[in-house]
Design a protein around this ligand. Structure first.
Ligand code: MCA
Ligand code: AMP
Length: 463
């Protein structure tokens, strides 16, 4: 399935702006066609997903060529980067340096496990993207996302948000996750609207961009509320959309007051893309993320799998089905958490009311942390801390944070090392956003009779 219709891009001046650089639709198609030629023969191509026009061109080239793209967080340290390149089987790496085969120079990530450059079968079901996302333990898992998944999601969102070529979409999100890359770039290209990426998502940059449609994570909206002149400048926009994490009700209310319009909230996951949203032409409720998109079915289940009533009060695990839901993780990461009758178990706890409105209450596992809208697995951070020679034990939690929603806090049993040097160590090995914002050196970790760390006691310690 073709995701892009080149005729929607031709003849468009300044179709895409990233920071202070712009490209017309014709120049984008020409540069992307050159990329498509350059990568001919490769079935999987990694790209250093810097916030730049280069990333937009590489993505467009891969979409035109039908080549699977693997966006690599540009600040990923050797552990994370090596894992992504090996696990995805990418054969080429596009980025600020000239295109080169994966495995040349430092891109092996210091290990030869699995071997880079393994080829996957090209076929009609080859994914358009492989996105890496954190689980509760271990290294990030590859999520293959097909063109059909993306097309179904974007078309349903365009309908819900009345998103048209007349819009100017503005955001400042990273280009290696669903929010910034799938919605924020492929969405704009598929709809054929102008895209302005602000670079860092500062309130001033959002205010100056003059868009009609804005995307942001709750941390961005909360910072905009703290900068009243910038918030007021958004009065001219048509739609403000929040997602990737829970939007606190006070931020919803302040944003409504300052911009003259209530934000549209939507809910999703890397594995399912966006499945639930409020609508441009409908009600918006603080604390609620809306109703299922076209083609999506949702239900609530108890811990033992019994279906629960959608009465607005009962809470249970949210399960989803729909054409945007993935079909299983890449390789050894397994099929993923599907019920025997084919519903994806999101791991989120929710309530659904009789009108189909969804309220996300939290996550079933406290080992998946949401910080600034980024999903961070406690286990991945603990594993890296444990590779530091001074560290004997480590337990990582997400503590409440007024700016980030949650912040990564590590409790560490260690000698002869400062908290800051452990923070810097994680920032060097993994993507910087996964670093603990706080490290507490302790004598021991609270454990139960089985020897398992009792993270609940660490959480209680934060309250
Ligand atoms: C700080 N820095 C360091 C260190 N500490 N560098 C090295 N070592 C250190 N110890 C640097 C960083 O690299 C960065 O540099 C700068 O300091 C600030 O980084 P940080 O503190 O992380 O930024 P922040 O202000 O806390 O960022 C807030 C943010 C960000 C902008 C809201 O969290 C963000 O972009 N969030 C978006 C997440 C997202 O898109 N999630 C979507 C996934 P420099 O200045 O050079 O960069 S969810 C999804 O896709 C689904 C399906 C959905 O529902 O949407
Ligand atoms: P990721 O795969 O990084 O997109 O993370 C997905 C998770 O983000 C979901 O399972 C939810 O826990 C959380 N999430 C995404 N959107 C929302 C939202 N609008 N409200 C509350 N949580 C959200």
């Amino acid at each position: 399935m073709a995701l892009l219709n080149p005729t929607r891009l031709t003849g468009r001046p300044a179709a895409v702006t990233v920071g202070d650089q712009s490209m017309s639709g014709d120049d984008l198609l020409e540069a992307a066609t050159a990329v498509a030629r350059q990568i001919a023969g490769a079935d999987t191509v990694a790209v250093d997903a810097t916030t730049s026009l280069d990333t937009v061109v590489a993505l467009t080239g891969c979409l035109l060529a039908g080549t699977t793209l693997v966006p690599v967080p540009p600040d990923a340290g050797p552990v994370e980067r090596g894992h992504i390149l090996r696990d995805s089987g990418a054969q080429l790496l596009l980025g600020p340096n000239p295109t080169r085969p994966v495995g040349s120079g430092s891109d092996q990530g210091g290990s030869d496990q699995g071997g880079p450059g393994q080829r996957r079968t090209v076929g009609s079901d080859a994914p358009a993207l492989i996105l890496y996302t954190s689980g509760t333990t271990g290294a990030p898992k590859g999520v293959p996302v097909t063109s059909a998944n993306i097309a179904a999601d974007l078309d349903a969102l365009a309908e819900a948000w009345a998103w048209t070529p007349d819009d100017t979409l503005v955001h400042g999100l990273p280009l290696f996750h669903v929010h910034g890359l799938v919605l924020g770039v492929i969405g704009a290209l598929r709809v054929g609207c102008r895209l302005v990426h602000t670079g860092r998502p500062t309130p001033g940059a959002y205010a100056a961009a003059g868009g009609t449609l804005y995307f942001g994570v709750p941390t961005i909206w909360s910072r905009i509320c703290d900068d009243r002149p910038s918030a007021r400048a958004l009065r001219a926009a048509r739609l403000l959309v929040s997602g990737s994490a829970a939007l606190p009700a006070p931020v919803f209310r302040t944003l409504t007051e300052l911009t003259g319009q209530a934000p549209v909230e939507r809910y999703g996951m890397t594995e399912t893309l966006i499945t639930v949203s409020s609508r441009a032409d409908g009600e918006r409720r603080p604390g609620w993320v809306g109703t299922p998109l076209a083609g999506v079915h949702t239900r609530l289940a108890s811990e033992d799998g019994e279906q629960l009533p959608a009465d607005g009060e009962t809470i249970g695990e949210l399960q989803v089905r729909g054409p945007m839901v993935f079909d299983g993780y890449l390789g050894a990461a397994g099929r993923g958490d599907f019920t025997p009758d084919g519903w994806f178990r999101t791991g989120d706890v929710a309530a659904i009311d009789q009108a189909g409105w969804h309220r996300i209450v939290g996550r079933a596992s406290t080992d998946l942390i949401k910080s600034g809208g980024y999903r961070i697995g406690a286990g991945e951070v603990e594993n890296v801390l444990l590779t530091h020679p001074a560290v004997r034990e480590a337990a990582v939690i997400g503590a409440p944070d007024a700016d980030l929603g949650q912040r990564v806090v590590a409790y560490v049993v260690a000698e002869g090392v400062s908290p800051q040097s452990l923070i810097d160590f994680v920032a060097t090995e993994l993507s910087t956003h996964k670093r603990p914002r706080e490290v507490r050196i302790v004598d021991d970790l609270p454990r139960n009779a089985m020897g398992k760390v009792q993270k609940k006691l660490l959480h209680d310690d934060r309250r």
